[in-house]
Write a protein that binds this ligand. Structure first.
Ligand code: FES
Length: 104
């Protein structure tokens, strides 16, 4: 399954991911500019992405814990998510996200 990622410089990438992977892991393992300092335990917010409007509902709402953490980053928007908290599955094949500056 594939995800489409726009990096901080506006370049688009099509990345192959596996069912059950965190979106953050896909982005990191393909070498894009994402810090993901805490390794996916929802405690750093350096895996911040913007979910494309067409995908926001499919991806679903963040947990309260994730929302609290997102509040700590400066460039948060209504479609902000922490990509370590989004797990790949068939429904997300073709997902589009943009890397936030705070992820770099
Ligand atoms: Fe740290 Fe996602 S990798 S919150």
């Amino acid at each position: 399954m594939k995800i489409h990622v726009t990096d901080q410089s506006g370049t688009q990438h099509e990345l192959e991911g596996l069912d059950g992977w965190r979106v953050m892991e896909v982005i990191r393992d393909w070498g894009l500019n994402i810090k993901a300092e805490c390794g996916g335990s929802c405690s750093c917010a350096t895996c911040h992405v913007y979910v494309d409007d067409a995908w926001v509902e499919i991806v679903g709402a963040p947990s309260e814990e994730e929302e609290d953490l997102l509040d700590s980053v400066g460039d948060v928007r209504s479609n902000s998510r922490l990509s370590c908290q989004i797990l790949m599955n068939d429904d997300l094949d073709g997902l589009k996200v943009t890397l936030a500056r705070s992820a770099a």
